[in-house]
Design a protein around this ligand. Sequence first.
Ligand code: ATP
Length: 378
Amino acid sequence: MAFENFKESMLSWGKRGTAGATIAGRITFENVSRMFSGVHVINNVSLDIAPGEIVCLLGPSGCGKTTLLRLAAGIERPDHGRILLNDQEVSGPNKFVLPEKRSVGLMFQDFALFPHLRILDNVTYGLQSLNRQEAKQVAKAILERVGLSSYAEDFPHILSGGEQQRIALARAIAPRPSILLMDEPFSGLDPRLRESMRTETLAILRETRSTCIIVTHQPEEAIRMGDRIVIMNKGRIIQSANSKDLYYKPRNLFVARMLSGMNELNYAVVNGQIETPLGALDAGHIETGTDVIVAIRHSDIRLTQSPQAQIGRVLTHQFLGDMSLLELAVHGFDLPLLARLRRDEAALPGQEIRVTLDANAPLIFAADQDHINLGAGA
Ligand code: ATP
């Protein structure tokens, strides 16, 4: 973007009621690998993120999520492969564009505002391409947008954690980066504040039409925020899809486990069926004799009054607030099943119950090649 256009777009922060739009960018990872001490921390990752798309990276600790963000930002260099911003190579064998030249905004877990700078100056910090007056105008407008303009002349320490986080968001977004990278941006907040920050951040990202990559540990955050969720493990992308597809059609047990607590049961297929104590399941095209894992979400088990349903007994009842987690001894199962039920649906330890399954349950995976999902619910 020519500087004058850029300047005009920046100054329009102050002219509109909303946060205004960025020139959203496309980011493309092409077979990117990064090694530390001989180990692949990122292993041949390819991922294309469209302008304006919000993508959440979800995976266990150490799977490479932050490293992928650092590669996008240009803080790390790939050992192999290329990264493109708007189809232009920014990291690769022939080219490396420095982080400050990438139009990439960062908001990390320890969002670290500068304690010695006033809040307005914290936000203008990233606006060095504007003159002082213009930068102030832009910063005031974005502070207005996050509802904290009255603190412009104060220092960060007087703000609560949530307010500081909103300033960090304002600072990251003020320069209208074409890509915004957020590393566990809400992890330091209490649950209520986290929820309102998610809502507010999502609203600002949509208004600004920002392309955004968000790293998270929390499935519900990824489901809430992401147009797409990328599930990672050991430096690789395991599945990249919208939340409904991930939930109903997980590629393997690992993906299914990332999104929900599962009861995992081993069976063999006989004549196109899997006989379980909760009824026969259709095994589709799976051959007789194939060992499978039937995965039943804790939340897909129901208690019922139906006399035909399988009988059982409540072993334990854990109160979780809105929900309860029950351990159930169910006739025909060697091990107890875990069930997550609404508080008013739950029963008490010792109580006799009857058990059935939700319509979409369960998922069926091949036992010896867990990357194949043989029969997920629709
Ligand atoms: P978390 O969710 O715990 O933040 P993550 O998925 O973001 O984890 P990364 O921070 O990307 O994981 O780290 C992936 C692996 O790479 C870890 O084992 C980490 O120790 C290692 N690692 C990351 N940066 C470096 C480095 N500069 N030198 C050596 N090892 C590193």
